[in-house]
Design a protein around this ligand. Structure first.
Ligand code: HEC
Length: 142
C-alpha cells in the first residue's frame, strides 16, 4: 500500500514536472498577453492548443481511449463517436464543459444511455488530473 502510493505520487510528480517543462519551453509564462486571464489555481485548465495536443496523444496512446472510441475519436466497436454533436452525458455549451468531461472520464459510465456496454473509470487506465483535463480539452475541440 505504502509502496503503491509512493509510486502513484511519484508518477504524478513526474507528470507535473513534464508539464512545467512543456510550459517553459513554449515560453507560455513569458509571452502570455497581458490581458490573458490568470489561470485560477485548482480550476479546470484552459483548453490551450498545447493541452489539446497532449489530450490527443493521451487519447490514442496512454489513455487507451482509442481502443473503444477509435484513435480519431470518431467511434469504434465499443464506444460512441465523440466528434459529432450528439452527447449523451455532456452539455458542450456549458461553461463547465471541461470539468464535466474530465469528471465523466474519471468516473466512467456504469449505466450506458446509448451503447450496450458501459465505460470503465478512466477507460480502465490510471490518469492524472492533467491528463484528464487534456482529454477534456481535446474532445471539446473535436
Ligand atoms: C471499454 C471501452 C471504452 C474505453 C476504453 C473508453 N470508453 Fe468512453 N465510452 C464508452 C462507452 C460504451 C460509452 C457510452 C456510454 C453510454 O452509452 O452512455 C462511452 C462514453 C464516453 C463519453 C461520453 C460521450 C457522450 O455522448 O456524452 C466520453 C466523453 C468518453 N467516453 C471519453 C472517453 C475517454 C477520454 C476515454 C479514455 C480515457 C474513454 N472514453 C475510454 C466506452 C469506452
Amino acid at each position: 500500500m505504502g509502496q503503491n502510493m509512493a509510486g502513484k505520487w511519484g508518477a504524478y510528480a513526474l507528470a507535473l514536472a513534464a508539464l512545467a517543462a512543456g510550459c517553459a519551453s513554449s515560453g507560455m509564462a513569458a509571452d502570455a498577453p497581458a490581458d490573458a486571464p490568470a489561470p485560477a489555481a485548482g480550476a479546470a485548465m484552459a483548453p490551450t492548443p498545447e493541452l489539446v495536443a497532449e489530450g490527443q496523444q493521451v487519447f490514442a496512446g496512454a489513455g487507451g481511449c482509442g481502443i473503444c472510441h477509435g484513435n480519431n475519436a470518431a467511434g469504434g466497436a465499443f464506444g460512441p463517436d465523440l466528434t459529432d454533436d450528439d452527447w449523451a452525458w455532456i452539455d458542450p455549451a456549458s461553461p463547465n464543459a471541461m470539468a464535466e468531461l474530465a469528471d465523466l472520464i474519471r468516473t466512467g459510465v456504469t449505466e450506458p444511455r446509448i451503447s450496450d456496454t458501459g465505460m470503465p473509470p478512466m477507460g480502465g487506465r490510471t490518469l492524472t488530473d492533467e491528463q484528464l483535463s487534456a482529454l477534456a480539452a481535446y474532445i471539446l475541440s473535436l
